[in-house]
Design a protein around this ligand. Sequence first.
Ligand SMILES: Nc1nc2c(c(=O)[nH]1)N[C@H]1C(S)=C(S)[C@@H](COP(=O)(O)O)O[C@H]1N2
Ligand SMILES: [Mo]
Length: 231
Amino acid sequence: MRMSGKDVSDRVPPGQHLTEKWPVLHAGTVPRVDLDLWDFKIFGLVEEEKVLTWDELLALPACRSTSDIHCVTTWSRLDNSWEGISFRDVMALVTVKPKAKFVVIHAEEGWTTNLPLTDLLMDDVLFAHSHDGEPLTPNHGWPLRLVVPHLYFWKSAKWVRGIEFVAEDVPGFWEERGYHLYADPWLEQRYRDDPEWHRGVKNTDEYYEQVAKRIRLHEQKKAQGGELDPS
Ligand SMILES: Nc1nc2c(c(=O)[nH]1)N[C@H]1C(S)=C(S)[C@@H](COP(=O)(O)O)O[C@H]1N2
Ligand SMILES: [Mo]
């Protein structure tokens, strides 16, 4: 998101440095995608599963937003403009059961990442097919990637193929390998030896209630044009 009236330095979280380039980072290989065979599955805690074709997905309302990227490997890139479809519009295609509190994002080759549902409902979260006015390149996630600006960029899954609604948080690919379950860059939640993990449980309802509260506060302050205070 753009934080109007703030210095660039106030937009860079602790431990990050700015880059103008856009590095490419992922596990595994860039998948070959055939849009005629491509589909997008919405499943898990829903009344009825739904599978969308590429054309059906593109027919959803267009959504644009500009936001900053913060990668856990310490680079940040400001003012990326994204175009795609909002998570909310995709979610509206199904009836999600009330028990669903988390989402597993499924990408090509079985890659996954996990997020609380509340985070995905924020204004600037979208499934993007374009970046700075150009279609995504295959190595940046073409045809479709998730963008979640307020979390470290590994949560912004490339080559997404589906979303699964779940009741409990399920660690994804990097989260299982030692990365933080939530990944707030302003709190430097890089690895799971951060305090939340040391309480003896990997996810508590209270922890995520705090997170939800912080997001609400952040949205309220943003709406008022005020200071951003991540704590
Ligand atoms: N499917 C998939 N998405 C992924 C990854 C991955 O390995 N597979 N890596 C993540 C990581 S660690 C980062 S930093 C960003 C990098 O996105 P970029 O290559 O477009 O900069 O993609 C994220 N999305
Ligand atoms: Mo990353």
